[in-house]
Design a protein around this ligand. Structure first.
Ligand code: AP5
Ligand code: MG
Length: 249
């Protein structure tokens, strides 16, 4: 186990595996920031930065943004003061080159990867989930029409903003994203299993069950004081984790 600063936990999984849905709870439990490469890239796109403009074409067709751009983005974010005690990374690394760049950067600060939590979900389920996903551009709440009916006026039930879909959540693009994942990101699993850091979890069950399994895995790894007092045991089924409450990404 990595003891120093910059100890990061990874959430790995295909598009739609539930990384964003679970990350909010995990980051609260670990008391570390949730850093999602996709969210950071979308933020650059919204702001129209050179990086955002460079990333747009790749993202909209479901390809990975080039390693150099994403690695710099993530390293800059990890350098922020809130990440020195560690961070939960969602969607990064996504290639072996990114994993190696992360290892090198963390080692420079006596840090390293604490655990790589892999949400294993079959390809056909990934496609099904994302084809039904909608989001609110106002408060970022997500909805999934395959799980529950969308509001009849297609407005967010929390803030009233009209619902939209991510440009890369078109069914043809989703299928390509899943192919890219199995081709480019699956080898990252071997990178971490070879270092005995990979924890494979069945992500094809209810969000509450996935959350319990993730917390069990973290509990097995962490000293008790590292887990937030708000979640002292694994019996938290009273706190519903709705699949429609994940972040935008
Ligand atoms: P990114 O934003 O990272 O998207 P992604 O990994 O493709 O996956 P999603 O965010 O769509 O899925 P998720 O796993 O977060 O699932 P969620 O919780 O939302 O990346 C987007 C793009 O940015 C990439 O294609 C690439 O171009 C670029 N990019 C990003 N990082 C990069 C990198 N490192 N290198 C290069 N390029 C990069 O859940 C999905 C849906 O399922 C929701 O509707 C949710 O409600 C539902 N759901 C969740 N859990 C469950 C469950 N257990 N049961 C049923 N439904 C569930
Ligand atoms: Mg996401």
């Amino acid at each position: 186990m990595v003891a120093g600063r910059y100890r990061v936990t990874l959430l790995i999984g295909g598009p739609g595996a539930g990384k964003g849905t679970q990350a909010k709870y995990l980051s609260e439990t670990l008391r570390i920031p949730h850093i999602a490469s996709g969210d950071l890239l979308r933020d650059h796109r919204r702001r129209g930065t050179p990086l955002g403009r460079a990333a747009q074409t790749y993202m909209d067709r479901g390809d990975l943004v080039p390693d150099g751009l994403v690695v710099d983005l993530m390293m800059n974010r990890l350098a922020a003061p809130d990440a020195t005690r560690g961070a939960l990374l969602d969607g990064f690394p996504r290639t072996v080159a990114q994993a190696e760049a992360l290892d090198t950067a963390l080692a420079r600060h006596d840090g390293g990867v604490h655990a790589a939590l892999y949400l294993d979900v079959p390809a056909e389920v990934l496609v099904e989930r994302l084809c039904g996903r909608w989001f609110c551009g106002g408060c970022q709440q997500t909805y999934n029409e395959r799980i529950e009916p969308l509001p009849s006026d297609m407005r967010c039930s929390a803030c009233g903003t009209r619902l939209g879909q991510r440009p890369d959540d078109r069914c043809d693009v989703i299928e390509h994203r899943v192919e890219v994942y199995f081709h480019e990101t699956a080898p990252v699993l071997s990178h971490y299993s070879g270092r005995r850091l990979l924890h494979r979890l069945n992500g094809n069950r209810t969000p509450d069950d996935v959350r319990d399994a993730l917390l069990d895995a973290l509990r097995a790894l962490a000293a008790p004081r590292e887990l937030a007092p708000a979640l002292p045991s694994m019996s938290h089924r009273d706190v519903a984790l709705s699949p429609s409450r994940g972040g935008l990404g």
